[in-house]
Write a protein that binds this ligand. Structure first.
Ligand SMILES: NC(=O)c1ccc[n+]([C@@H]2O[C@H](COP(=O)([O-])OP(=O)(O)OC[C@H]3O[C@@H](n4cnc5c(N)ncnc54)[C@H](OP(=O)(O)O)[C@@H]3O)[C@@H](O)[C@H]2O)c1
Length: 308
């Protein structure tokens, strides 16, 4: 991504000549995400890492060693002036750190501050915005469980941006320079964005667990169940991503087969049956356009629905 670099200290000059066009970046919170992003930015050759700040000196030193650049700090007031400050602290700490940074008067007006929460809005940084700082959030849809693996596998990761439009060009460049693919969310869209990710990722795991538990009731070994369910889940995921949910749907509900649904329900535990019915009702709604009115009524009855 090309972006004319405009350092906040040299606005209007068309670039930060003092640093040879490098963008300066501080990381507050040198944990899993913070040190991964800092390392990717440093390795891109386009960023000068100013400081890596943690609560503990040991964490700050470990982050600096991992990144291979930057000052290891524990004091917010010691942060150098930079173009971008990334707050990579836990979600619950973002607002307090933003308030402390505003109080310490270390972030220059016209520079960019972003946090990395998936669900929090740029508004978490309000005390800084009130001081003329361009505030935003940058959320990579990626798991940074292990920084070394994260750095190796980050390329192509989608990065959601939200916040002050004046912050977005610089953050789009940062996301692209570290190998990501940036996109901008609608204002107020963070909660829905994060809910969608949680459903797609976490609930897929919950579905696998439910299916494996029911497979065990049939006497299938873990090995056989993993092969059968894994193959089917992968094939179905491919189908729904390529064809869309309506066209990808197969099985008894899509065929209007209430008798088979009743047989399923009869062998499920109360807990699994509750999940089966909740998902079955949503599946019946998805299949409704292919079903006759009589099939819809039969499914509604067997799934305990008031109306389809
Ligand atoms: N991990 C992921 O996969 C992932 C993915 C997408 C987005 N995110 C987001 O990235 C952010 C960071 O998550 P993470 O998983 O990287 O966290 P983490 O590994 O727990 O690291 C948090 C870092 O913040 C520092 N810290 C905590 N409180 C602080 C404070 N008050 N002042 C200064 N530094 C402080 C910690 O320092 P000490 O070590 O000294 O305590 C640590 O270096 C969160 O907003 C999270 O939602 C994470």
């Amino acid at each position: 991504m090309s972006y004319e670099i405009r350092c906040h200290r040299h606005r209007g000059a068309g670039g930060c000549q003092e640093r040879g066009g490098m963008i300066s970046l501080n990381i507050v919170g040198g944990g899993r995400l913070g040190k991964s992003v800092a390392r990717l930015a440093h390795d891109s050759g386009r960023y000068r890492i100013g400081a890596l700040l943690c609560r503990s000196r040991a964490s700050a030193l470990a982050a600096r060693d991992f990144v291979g650049a930057g000052m290891a700090l524990t004091d917010l007031a010691a942060l150098p002036a930079v173009d971008i400050t990334l707050l990579a602290v836990p979600d619950g700490e973002i607002a307090a750190v933003a308030a402390a940074l505003a109080e310490a008067e270390v972030i220059a007006a016209g520079s960019v501050v972003c946090h990395a929460s998936g669900v929090g809005e740029a508004a978490l940084l309000a005390p800084l915005a009130a001081r003329g700082v361009y505030c935003a959030s940058l959320h990579p849809a990626f798991s940074f469980a292990d920084p070394a693996r994260a750095v190796a596998g980050f390329a192509g990761t989608r990065c959601a941006l939200e916040g002050d439009v004046a912050a977005l060009p610089l953050l789009q460049s940062l996301a692209a320079d570290i190998g990501g693919v940036p996109f901008v969310l609608a204002p107020g869209g963070k909660a829905a964005y994060h809910a969608a990710l949680s459903i797609a990722s976490n609930y897929l795991v919950t579905l696998h667990d439910l299916a494996a538990r029911v497979a065990a009731q049939a006497g299938m070994t873990d090995e056989v169940a993993a092969a059968v369910l894994g193959g089917l889940m992968r094939q179905t995921l491919d189908n729904t991503l390529v064809l869309g949910p309506q066209a990808a749907l197969t099985g008894p509900i899509a065929r209007g087969d209430a008798g088979t649904v009743a047989k399923h329900r009869a062998v499920l535990s109360a807990q699994d049956d509750a999940l089966y019915c909740a998902l079955g009702q949503a599946t019946a709604s998805l299949a409704a356009t292919r079903l006759t009115a009589a099939q819809q009524r039969a499914l509604a009855e067997v799934l305990g629905m008031l109306a389809v």
